[in-house]
Structures are given as structure tokens and as C-alpha cells.
Design a protein around this ligand. Structure first.
Ligand code: CDP
Length: 195
């Protein structure tokens, strides 16, 4: 069976948590595409060459989820050459036999417009910053500023900007628990599978 769940949305909205839970629930493979851009930023040097030479081991690094690498990732993610180098791998993953969940910024709009389910997961900036602060610690005001700066860059870039696909279902997790958000996403996938 080929079945793609595309999850897009701004930083720390809950995409990864929902993506992992959907993958476990339906037995699909899961790809956190943000890790690709974080790994390119972590390699340094020529970003396009880094993107072209990316291998699975590059995604395993324990230190990829820091705030600073999030910022650095969004800077390399504006480069069309970096994005182009990562498209084929993501498309193959999305349409591989057995079903796939991908979360990122452009999955439903660019990587897999034919996805069977498209979710746009969002939450208020304050809620998202608080969640990210619980993960990374430090100064919460600074975390909020970084989240807003990154959202602005991701939404404002010319290449594959962050925006909901026209046919995406918007899931605002501001006042939802993790279980409620996951259940809402499960309901959408189940409805589509039954259709
Ligand atoms: O986990 P979080 O939402 O904070 O960020 P991430 O998904 O790890 O993504 C880090 C950065 O990579 C984003 O701010 C985007 O600039 C970029 N990215 C992208 O451009 N396209 C994607 N499909 C995924 C991430």
C-alpha cells in the first residue's frame, strides 16, 4: 500500500510527536525532514555539497536538535540548491511501499502534493515557545524570539515557503493535550483510509 501523511507547520507545533504516533499506530515509516536541514547545517562548508553528500549516519547525531542548529538549518533551507538536493530522497521515502509519515515545512506543498492526508499542525507562538523551552531550557523569552525569527524566515523565503497546502486540514494544538492532538490526527487518517 502506498499512503503518505504529510505534516507541515511552524517550529515546535507538535509535528514530530504527532508524526511518530501516527507512524506507530498505522505501521508507517516516519521521516522528520527537519533533521535533513539540521544535518546539512551541522556539516558546515558548502551547503549544497553537504546536502548532496548527506548519508543516513549524518542524521543520527545526538546534537542536532539544539536551538542554534534550528536557526542554522533555516538559513541553509532558504537555498534552492540545498532543497533541490534533498527532494528525490524525500519523494522516494514518501511513496515507498508500506506507508509513510513525513513532517516538515513543504511536504504537502512541494515534496508530496499527492499525499493522501495533509495536516497543517500549528499552535500559538507562546505555546510553541513554551514547549520548546521545556525541551531545551535556558531563557524562555529568548526561545520565543528564536521561534518567531525562524517562522518569519521559513514563511518569507522564496523557495518552498511554509504555508498550508490548499487541501490541508489545519490542526491547532494550542489547547490540546498530546493525546487529544494525536487522536485528532488518527481520526483524519482513519477517515481517509476508510474512504
Ligand atoms: O523541530 P522544529 O519544528 O523546531 O524544526 P525542524 O522541523 O527540525 O526544522 C528546522 C528548520 O529546517 C526549519 O526551521 C526550516 O527552515 C527547515 N526545514 C525546511 O525548510 N523544510 C522542511 N521540510 C523541514 C525543515
Amino acid at each position: 500500500m502506498i499512503f503518505t501523511v504529510a505534516i507541515d507547520g511552524p517550529a515546535a507545533a507538535g509535528k514530530g510527536t504527532i508524526g511518530q504516533a501516527l507512524a506507530a499506530r498505522f505501521g508507517f515509516a516516519h521521516l522528520d525532514t527537519g533533521l535533513l536541514y539540521r544535518a546539512v547545517a551541522a556539516k558546515g562548508g558548502d551547503s549544497v555539497a553537504a546536502a548532496r553528500g548527506l548519508v543516513a549516519a549524518d542524521l543520527m547525531g545526538a546534537g542536532l536538535r539544539t536551538l542554534d542548529l534550528g536557526q542554522a538549518a533555516s538559513r541553509v533551507a532558504v537555498l534552492p540548491g540545498v532543497r533541490a538536493a534533498l527532494v528525490a530522497f524525500q519523494r522516494r521515502f514518501a511513496r515507498a511501499e508500506g506507508g509513510a509519515v513525513l513532517d516538515g515545512r513543504d511536504i504537502g506543498t512541494v515534496i508530496c502534493p499527492e499525499a493522501e492526508v495533509k495536516l497543517y499542525v500549528t499552535a500559538s507562538p507562546q505555546v510553541r515557545a513554551h514547549r520548546r523551552w521545556l525541551e531545551v531550557g535556558g531563557d524562555e523569552t529568548r526561545v520565543l524570539a528564536e521561534v518567531l525569527e525562524r517562522d518569519g524566515r521559513d514563511m518569507g523565503r522564496a523557495a518552498a515557503p511554509l504555508k498550508p497546502a490548499q487541501d490541508a486540514i489545519v490542526l491547532d494544538t494550542s489547547v490540546l493535550s498530546i493525546d487529544e492532538a494525536v487522536q485528532a490526527a488518527v481520526d483524519v487518517v482513519q477517515a481517509r483510509m476508510g474512504a
